[in-house]
Design a protein around this ligand. Structure first.
Ligand code: ARG
Length: 573
């Protein structure tokens, strides 16, 4: 409910209006975290010129008019050092104890947010890049839903196109059963390679594959039946990965390329008739303004090739129209690799030209950075082959079990904890780095129990739970009131107030790494608190109640935060 920075901003603005006139009421007070206080306001320096007065003078005058639940001090050339009263912090944190939303407000009015994420391609191995768009997209989806928005997930599978001619013919060659077994097991890559080899070397197979593309395009029932068999087996493999990861995607969210088949001719015709697209070298192209290639030549966004075929761009124009007009999106998030950024920009610009992306809808490319191996190149296995995702996830769990080897658990508990920790580690590694940055995939680092890792945060929750267990307190009972007697309590309580603002920010900016950084800071503040402020051995019942309340709130915020990231926390670790 109460974002400390917002409280300060409002109060400083009121002081500005009183001191210098109403026209300063909307001035940015430039509130920043401070080493010398809770926050500082830097607005006096920026205003001084305009007011033709010394910055320190301006600061004094703001301070004199400032009505704060705390204290203000002018320092240096004109900084306002702002510090909350302990009682204010205690009361605000105390209010969270009875608030199941932990201060997080619902967005009003609520929006429809369409999120395109995961989107692996059939018959090619789902790789770590897809893993990252899956993990980041799923976190964004969870945050949007928590903010009260209506979310429509769109898994834009690569499930159509000319390669399906040879893929279907290969299915006929090896038999449905063998094909299904191979695809379900996640060997789509081998399957593709085998089909490709025949396509290149065997003229008769090549002829059949081409003919099959024609019957596929014509949606001949037998061809469609074979295509279905192929796709269903492939999707079963994707679902294994989703289940193991615990992502929220289901079959209902599949909206693959094939879904737009019937719209493509119409998309092209309409754009051509309206003069938005034109024929260039036989191809139908949109030339969105501002995009130029070599020697300043306008860059085409090609929606129909010169042979009459449609492509990735055509389908994406159709996704735009569908998501805005039929799904009624207010926001469109495309969680897709950073390497596709030119495609996305040209798509947005072309859709704007077509009037399919009105100004009140915001289209956002959430750029996903590459995942690298220790050699700095795209992450592959040692043999240079692509990594099988399921094997990678299994390895994460095996290694997590090894990290926890000295704990005395029965086998079932160990497996359960290792699953949570392994998946938590992999997901957190994807999420804690700004989504458009590359990072190096490194099991040892992501599984470390210290530092900004998933396991560290999971461990922090287990540690708080163990305090309650040891004292035989119910972590769900009510404790308090919160009373601040030690700086570490104060710091922890103030940190707890930061949860709601950070969740809102992640929703607005599509940046889960901010939530990770916040949770890490919170866990660190808890550690300092715990080292300095005995909970079970507190000096008085009042102090114990307050510290139990702070511990409980920290646990709730950590669990809620991890849940928004799609990470579960085992009870013990
Ligand atoms: N299948 C594509 C790929 O693997 C990603 C699709 C993303 N979504 C979209 N609407 N273009 O690169």
């Amino acid at each position: 409910m109460t974002d400390p920075q917002l409280v300060l901003a409002e109060r400083v603005q009121q002081a500005l209006a009183t001191a210098f006139g109403q026209e300063y009421a909307a001035e940015d007070p430039l509130i920043r975290p401070s080493q010398f206080a809770d926050y500082q306001a830097n607005v006096a320096m920026s205003l001084a010129k305009r007011l033709r007065r010394a910055p320190r003078d301006v600061a004094q005058e703001i301070a004199a008019n400032l009505d704060l639940p705390g204290t203000v001090e002018v320092s240096g050339p004109g900084f306002l050092n702002l510090r909350f009263h302990d009682t204010w912090i205690a009361a605000e944190a105390g209010a969270l104890l009875t608030d199941d939303r932990l201060g997080v407000a619902r967005e009003l009015p609520s929006k429809t947010v369409v999120v395109d994420y995961s989107a692996p391609n059939a018959a090619k191995e789902m790789h770590v890049g897809h893993l990252r768009t899956t993990v980041v997209g799923d976190a964004l989806v969870r945050v949007q839903e928590h903010l009260g928005n209506r979310v429509v997930r769109q898994n834009h599978l690569g499930d159509w196109g000319t390669p399906f001619g040879m893929l279907i013919e290969h299915l006929l060659d090896i038999g449905e059963e063998a094909a299904v077994a191979q695809l379900e097991a996640g060997n789509g890559n081998d399957y593709y390679q085998a089909a490709r080899a025949k396509f290149d070397a065997d003229a008769e197979f090549n002829r059949r594959a081409r003919a099959r593309v024609v019957t596929l395009q014509a949606e001949d029932p037998e061809t469609m039946r074979l295509w279905r068999i192929f796709m269903d087996a492939t999707v079963r493999y994707f679902n294994k990965v989703y289940t193991q990861l615990g992502v929220t995607l289901t079959d209902d969210d599949i909206a693959g390329e094939s879904m737009y088949n019937h719209a493509l001719a119409q998309v092209c015709d309409e754009l051509q008739e309206r003069g938005i697209a034109e024929i260039s070298d036989g191809a139908l192209c949109v030339f969105p303004p501002g995009f130029t290639g070599r020697e300043g030549a306008p860059l085409p966004f090609m929606i129909r090739k010169s042979d009459g075929g449609y492509g990735y761009a055509t389908t994406d124009m159709a996704t735009m129209r569908y998501r805005v007009q039929d799904l009624k999106a207010d926001r469109l998030l495309y969680v897709i690799g950073v390497t596709q950024s030119l495609h996305m920009q040209m798509l947005f610009a072309s859709a704007k030209m077509a009037g399919w992306l009105p100004d009140h809808v915001s289209a956002e490319h959430v750029q996903i950075g590459s995942v690298l191996g220790s050699d700095g190149k795209m992450f592959k296995t040692r043999a240079g082959k692509s990594i099988k995702l399921l094997e990678l996830l299994d390895e994460a769990e095996t290694r997590a079990a090894a990290v926890l080897a000295d704990r005395e658990y029965d086998e079932a508990t160990r497996t359960e904890i290792a699953h949570a920790v392994g998946m938590g580690a992999v997901k957190y590694a994807d999420l804690s780095v700004s989504h458009d940055s590359e990072y190096v995939f490194d099991f040892d680092r992501m599984l470390a129990l210290t530092g900004n890792t998933g396991p560290y945060l999971q461990y922090a929750t287990a540690r708080i739970r163990s305090i309650f267990r040891r004292g035989e307190y119910d972590p769900a009972a009510s404790y308090g009131p919160i009373v601040i007697t030690h700086p570490a309590e104060r710091a922890l309580a103030l940190e707890l107030l930061g949860f709601a603002p950070v969740v809102a920010e992640v929703g607005a900016r599509n940046e889960p790494h901010r939530l990770c950084a916040y949770l890490f800071d919170l866990a660190s503040a808890f550690t300092t608190f715990f080292e300095n402020c005995p909970v079970l051995k507190a000096d008085s019942e009042e102090e114990r109640q307050s510290r139990l309340a702070l511990s409980q709130l920290t646990l709730r915020v950590l669990l809620q935060g991890l849940d928004l990231l799609g990470i579960t926390a085992p009870e013990r670790m």
